[in-house]
Write a new protein. Structure first.
Ligand code: URA
Length: 205
């Protein structure tokens, strides 16, 4: 029913968050997803990375950033000297929004209503993990983390004050880096992404 546990008390552990996401009916995305994908990482991480939503592979694995975008993220984190295992990696939206094209499941960008409904879970992760710095990867994550549109080109390389002494940082989404058509522009954007991850890591130190 509509008053099942997901609408009850805010979760206080990451296990409760994971169970709550699995039972979540706050929006309709659960219907076509394999499973919910909660955040992953140490409960006391100093740095939280927030993506948009799980992709095809994440939906199947139940883990964030394990597909192609995860490959770019892993490479960039290594280049920035940031151990992924010391970060908490999550998404603004916890179920995979997609449309069927033949057998392929094509990514669809979540809407403001889905982002807003799912902020309940991101906020719970924020309260439990209490990171010093939160990095929003791309525009959807930035909308969720900052509560308003936050243009990346204008705000990257800045510490944005969030409640409870938390600093926010915005940078590109790794999937965007895969799509930049021009090779030179792509390399530049990737280099900026690595710089932004370094910036965030030092801010969190
Ligand atoms: N893209 C995201 O934003 N998050 C994931 O977990 C995977 C791809």
């Amino acid at each position: 029913s509509r008053d099942a546990p997901y609408d009850g008390q805010a979760p206080t552990t990451l296990e409760e968050v994971a169970a709550g996401i699995e039972a979540c009916r706050r929006c309709e995305l659960w219907r076509d997803a394999t499973q919910g994908v909660p955040g992953e990482g140490p409960g006391k991480a100093r740095l939280m990375l927030v993506g948009e939503q799980p992709g095809d592979q994440e939906d199947l694995a139940g883990q964030p950033f394990v597909g192609p975008a995860g490959g770019v993220l892993d490479k960039a984190l290594a280049a920035a000297g940031v151990p992924r295992a010391e970060t908490f990696v999550t998404n603004a939206v916890k179920h995979f929004k997609h449309e069927l094209r033949g057998k392929r499941r094509l990514h669809k960008t979540p809407g403001a209503g889905e982002v807003s409904a799912c902020r309940w879970w991101l906020d719970a992760e924020r309260r439990i993990v209490r990171p010093r710095v939160i990095v929003a990867l791309g525009a959807t994550a930035a909308l969720s983390v900052f509560g308003k549109a936050t243009p990346i080109g204008k705000f990257r390389q800045q510490a944005i004050q969030l409640p409870d002494q938390v600093q926010g940082v915005v940078t590109y989404h790794p999937s965007y880096l895969l799509r930049v058509p021009d090779a030179e522009a792509k390399a530049k954007a990737y280099a900026m992404f690595v710089e932004d991850l370094k910036f965030a890591w030092h801010l969190a130190a």
